[in-house]
Structure formats: C-alpha cells, structure tokens
Design a protein around this ligand. Structure first.
Ligand code: COA
Length: 205
C-alpha cells in the first residue's frame, strides 16, 4: 500500500546522536536488537558479539540515532578507526524509520566527523542484494572496489567492497581548538544546511 505524505515525512531536527558505549546505551542497544526480526538480527549481526565490540575494541566507535520525543533509539552505526582510515561495520535503522532520508543524513554526519578527524579513506562491505544501501553509498561518493565470494552467511551471499576518499565535497570546517565530535543534534554545525535541505526535499516529495 502507498504510504501517505505524513507517514513518509520526518523532521531531521528532532533527532540526536549519542555515543553507545556509555550507560545506559549498551543495555538500550541490547533491547533494540531484541525488538528486531530474526532475519535482520542474523543478517546484520545484531547480537552479543557487537555489544562486546563496543566494550572491548578501543578503535571501535558506535553511535545511536535517537528521537528524544519517542521512541528513543531508532538506529545506530559503528566504525573502526585505524591510521587515517575508517571501516564502517554497521549502519542500521529500525524498519519503520527507513526510506525517510535519515540514513543519508546520519552517514553524511559520520563522513563530516571522519574528515574532521583527518580520516582520508572510508571502507565498508555490503551484501550484493542490498540495493538500497549500495545506492545510498554511491550517492554519497562511494565506489565499488571489489567483491568477496560467499562472504556472508545467513543467507550465504557475496560481499561488495566499497570505498570513498574524503575530499573537498565533505565540509571539514572545524573551529580552532574544537575537538571533533559526532554527538549532539543530527543537524549540527556544517551538517545543518545539508540536513535541512535533505529533510525538506524528502517532505516535499
Ligand atoms: C541502509 C539504510 C541505513 C539506509 O537508510 P534509509 O534512511 O533507509 O535511506 P534513505 O531514506 O536516507 O535513502 C537514501 C537513499 O537510499 C536509496 N534507496 C532508498 N530506498 C531504496 C530502494 N527501495 N531501492 C533502491 N534504493 C533505495 C536511494 O538512493 C535513497 O536516495 P534518495 O533519497 O535520492 O531516494 C537503512 O535502509 C537500513 O537500516 N537498512 C537495513 C540495514 C542495512 O541494510 N544496512 C546496511 C548494511 S551495509
């Protein structure tokens, strides 16, 4: 059934980004995983291994997308930062919050944050059949650099490798002395203009 305009609309200014490795977020994330359906839990590795990565892997940073007015945590993403590179391990939104432009804004915020941290290359892997994610990554400047046969299980599937060099088209303005941060309003600093434009574009569709 076709969604109505109001069901598709979302105001990106209502969302905040939080770091997920501090209380109460690890437990909130555990409950978030438990709410997802079995196919998403196994297909996107939403479980205890990821929760221990938050706790034990120093180079891992995980961020939640939160709507304080409710329902709280609506999605999350995480990456490992190593020597000027970041590898995105997860980006996942609750099904009812997908296709509203939020994934794009969340990822752009992450790209801006990475650029401010002087990351030069971003990498990720994606299931071959995941057209929505591949299309989003291409639109944000990623290109496909290779593949790994039968890389994923549950279900068995090839991985497509994608990469992006961060350059001038990702605003990197950072005031002197400012420590780059991913936390705070989703529409923050240099991301605000893009964020509002993309939210407006989606609402006008
Ligand atoms: C992938 C994901 C994070 C994208 O977030 P999203 O909020 O749904 O995506 P957006 O609404 O921001 O859409 C961004 C782009 O996705 C693409 N897209 C959206 N729906 C699509 C569809 N059904 N088919 C193909 N492309 C689609 C479009 O390119 C869209 O760009 P547009 O705004 O110009 O139309 C989200 O859908 C999700 O959590 N999916 C499940 C988990 C997942 O697949 N994670 C990626 C693992 S590598």
């Amino acid at each position: 059934m076709e969604e109505s305009l109001s069901e598709r609309s979302v105001d990106p200014r209502e969302f905040r980004i939080v770091r997920l490795d501090v209380d109460p977020w690890p437990e909130v994330l555990r409950q978030f995983f438990a709410r997802q359906d079995e196919a998403d839990r196994s297909g996107f590795f939403l479980g205890e291994a990821l929760l221990s990565e938050l706790k034990w892997v120093d180079v891992a940073e995980y961020y939640g997308l939160v709507r304080p007015k409710g329902p709280g945590l609506v999605g999350f993403m995480g990456a490992w930062f190593v020597d000027g590179e970041a590898e995105i391990h997860h980006i996942f939104l609750e099904p009812s919050w997908r296709m509203k432009g939020l994934g794009r804004i969340f990822l752009r915020r992450f790209m801006q944050y990475s650029a401010k941290r002087h990351v030069v290359s971003l990498y990720l892997e994606v299931r071959r059949s995941n057209e929505r994610a591949r299309s989003l990554y291409r639109k944000l400047g990623f290109s496909e650099t290779g593949e790994r046969k039968n890389y994923y299980s549950c279900p068995l599937e090839d991985a497509i490798l994608m990469g992006c060099r961060l350059s001038g088209d990702v605003p990197v303005s950072c005031r002197d002395g400012e420590t780059p941060s991913m936390e705070g309003d989703l529409c923050k600093d240099s991301a605000a203009e893009v964020c509002l434009d993309e939210g407006k574009a989606r609402i006008l569709q």
